[in-house]
Design a protein around this ligand. Structure first.
Ligand code: FBP
Length: 325
């Protein structure tokens, strides 16, 4: 099986970007090891601190964040870092070519129950018109991403990544510690009837969204074969959707702080949207392409629906014709 670096070279990826990707993946191998040690290495449980999102930080969140920050800070090609666990942009090398944003551990609620969790990352070219510590560095459209990916820490450690070409799947080979190309080109199935949503939030959803799910669950013949899966970690749900098709929803809702949903645009929605689009799928917020949404703040949230075109289109058509959301 082909290794990661020769695949990236074949894809015409520039050398310094390949080296930066290698830095990120080196951190994920260390995280994968710590995750696999679980209780043995005392990394489970919470700290007493809260992050900028108002969430109690898990020990593994903090550890994974520090590992990525340390390794990226030693990489000469990195100008700025943004993370779900960092309130502000971390400036690194003021004239370096790239900026990196990441969610060090997506699916925090799964950490203590040995569930699937993952690291989501995205790389952009640095802007020369703003300072390295400015949030404006990251005020770039998702379409400007030069690389997007995630590593899923599950039964195997699995990498999905695009550098602007096809979405490709790699598996970490523990015998020599390298990622091997296991799915050369991911193509999203267009005829899945599987959806992923936290239905427990139904009461807080807007009327149009409730009406859509009433159709799906109770009345529409089109959905009689529908099924549901929800992992609690978006990275796990999106991995299943990339492999089997389906659609993921995290709508906005009436709860305080959820007016724009829960998923963060910069280091969750945009990188996952790029992987979905490069696999032939769609990713929208309020019926608009997520990767074309102008960012307004570092940790902004967006309502998301992403996956198989047919299911995304049906949701957007149903919502926007029924309730003018
Ligand atoms: P974290 O990055 O803090 O884990 O938050 C994101 C997330 O865990 C997603 O991975 C997941 O889809 C969602 O939140 C679960 O939220 P809820 O518990 O409200 O369904």
């Amino acid at each position: 099986m082909e290794r990661l670096i020769p695949t990236l070279k074949k894809d015409g990826v520039e050398l310094d970007l390949i080296l930066l990707i290698r830095t990120i993946l080196a951190a994920t191998k260390e995280i994968a090891f710590r995750v696999s040690q679980g209780e043995l290495s005392g990394v489970l449980g919470s700290t007493l601190d809260e992050n900028i999102q108002g969430e109690v930080q898990k020990k593994l969140d903090v550890l994974a964040n520090q590992l990525l920050k340390d390794m990226l800070s030693d990489d000469d090609s990195v100008r700025s870092i943004a993370s779900e666990e960092e309130e502000f942009v971390v400036p690194v090398h003021s004239t370096a070519p790239y900026i990196v944003a990441f969610d060090p551990l997506d699916g925090s609620s799964n950490i203590d129950i040995n569930g699937q969790i993952g690291t989501i990352f995205t790389i952009y070219r640095a802007r020369d018109d703003v300072a390295a510590n400015s949030p404006e560095q990251f005020a770039q459209l998702g379409t400007e991403q030069v690389c997007a990916g995630y590593v899923l820490y599950g039964p195997s450690t699995y990498l999905m990544m695009t550098t602007g070409g096809p979405t490709r799947g790699y598996t970490l080979d523990l015998t020599h510690g390298g990622y091997l190309l296991t799915v050369p080109e991911v193509t999203l199935s267009q005829d899945s009837m599987e959806f992923s949503a936290n239905m427990a939030n139904y009461r807080y959803w807007q009327e149009g969204v409730q009406h859509y799910f009433d159709q799906v669950l109770y009345s529409s013949e089109d959905y009689k074969d529908v099924t549901m899966r929800y992992n609690g970690a978006m990275v796990g749900d999106i991995n299943r959707i990339l492999i089997k098709g389906g659609v993921f929803h995290y709508p906005s809702d009436a709860r305080a702080g959820n007016e724009n949903g829960k998923i963060r645009l910069l280091y969750e929605a945009n990188p996952l949207a790029m992987l979905i689009e490069k696999a032939g799928g769609k990713a929208t917020a309020h019926g608009k392409r997520i990767m074309a949404l102008p960012p307004t703040s570092l940790h902004q949230r967006v309502p998301v629906v992403m996956g198989s075109n047919n299911l995304v289109d049906e949701f957007d058509k149903a919502i926007f014709s029924n309730s003018n959301v």
